[in-house]
Design a protein. Structure first.
Ligand SMILES: Nc1ncnc2c1ncn2[C@@H]1O[C@H](COP(=O)(O)OP(=O)(O)OP(=O)(O)O)[C@@H](O)[C@H]1O
Ligand SMILES: [Mg+2]
Length: 345
């Protein structure tokens, strides 16, 4: 049951981030079950990969696992997370803390977890800087103000001494972005960085992240529910369902030729991709299976317009495989049929 997807050999160091066969379990109603199940993802420097999928599909947990941030009773069972040829999962907690923020940095989904209300934003950025760099107080302060300017916070020198509650939601998101990029990370994981923001501010934060990756070659993983944002900002996309990747490819390719019925359903659930942001992907009928409840077959079978009740879909779990022999991957026994249907539509 725990078959692992074979990966093509890669020249080490060619990727900013190379996650291989990551698997994380939690105890649940069906015993210890994988909530991140054989996830492999790679990013080139400067690239933006969008990760989409319904609530609970394992998007956040995949990257919490990659950063060694899964708390018990959760457990990363296997996999590799390669950054500069180092496997983050093999590092001691201390060595991992040094990599976090510097090599790979995350803007967390929960905005409350990001900033401490009892310290000024300046103090908090200075703390991040001084934890990693040998900077004196004045140097660290100057650098922190520079970061606030970089994320376009007006009047940065004065704002340095303000507390989080004195900032609007959008400005707080920029402060979090400043903290996440403080050490010039090679990879930024942005977990729903704009969900709580209005459309204009959303666009500003995303433009800011886009600018940073263009200027510094930082690779970005953008976890989002918003396919409009994916279409406008990402180079590639990965679709998750029930802890697994079910489709992966370039954004134009996946939008034009979705090759997994779940992706087709997601795309159909969005009224108009040209609309500016804010659309949720929640309108597919039925609910995802509980972790561990699908012992064999495809986890999407019960909700699938194409495979529901089909013997192949009920009995064998489809492997993630190349569509058209290229980099476009799909985990569906009938991916060719899906593709043809999408072309015909
Ligand atoms: N502390 C925990 N204990 C048990 N299960 C957990 C825990 N944290 C997460 N899970 C489970 O792991 C699965 C994946 O959760 P995750 O937070 O990665 O989903 P997500 O795709 O990020 O969803 P959302 O879009 O709502 O943020 C879910 O089924 C969730 O219930
Ligand atoms: Mg999440």
């Amino acid at each position: 049951m725990n078959q692992v997807t074979p990966l093509p050999a890669a020249a080490d160091g060619a990727y900013a981030l190379d996650i291989r066969n990551l698997r994380t379990t939690f105890p649940g109603a069906y015993g210890r079950a994988a909530i991140v199940d054989d996830v492999s993802l790679r990013l080139h420097p400067g690239e933006m990969l969008a990760v989409v999928g319904e609530s609970g599909s394992g998007k956040s947990m995949s990257f919490m696992s990659a950063l060694g941030l899964v708390a018990p009773p959760g457990r990363v069972e296997s996999g590799q997370v390669l950054v500069n040829g180092t496997d983050l999962l093999k590092l001691s907690p201390q060595a991992l803390r040094l990599q976090r923020g510097k090599a790979i940095s995350m803007i967390f989904q929960d905005p409350l977890s990001g900033l401490n209300p009892v310290f000024t934003v300046g103090q908090q950025i200075v703390e991040v800087l001084q934890a990693h760099l040998p900077l004196g107080a004045a140097q660290a302060k100057a650098r922190a103000i520079g970061l606030l300017e970089k994320v376009q916070i007006p009047d940065a020198a004065r704002r340095f001494d303000h507390y989080p509650h004195q900032f609007s939601g959008g400005m707080r998101q920029r402060v979090l972005t400043a903290m996440a990029i403080a050490l010039d990370p090679q990879v930024l994981i942005a977990d729903e960085p704009t969900t709580a923001l209005d459309v204009t501010v959303q666009a500003q934060v995303l433009d800011l992240i886009d600018g940073l990756r263009r200027d510094t070659g930082m690779a970005v993983v953008l976890i989002t529910h918003d396919l409009g944002i994916v279409a406008r900002h990402a180079d590639r996309m990965a679709v998750m369902y029930a802890g697994r990747l079910v489709e992966q490819g370039t954004v134009p390719e996946v939008f034009a030729r979705p090759s997994h019925p779940y992706t087709v359903s997601l795309l159909r659930s969005v009224p108009n991709l040209d609309e500016p942001a804010g659309q949720e992907l929640m309108s597919i009928s039925g609910t995802p299976p509980l972790p561990g409840s699908v012992r064999q077959g495809c986890a999407f079978e019960a909700r699938c317009y194409l495979g529901k009740g089909r013997e192949a879909c009920r009995s064998a779990r489809p492997a993630l495989q190349a569509v058209d022999g290229g980099e476009h991957l799909s985990a569906c026994h009938f991916s060719e049929t899906v593709t043809l249907e999408a072309r015909a539509a």
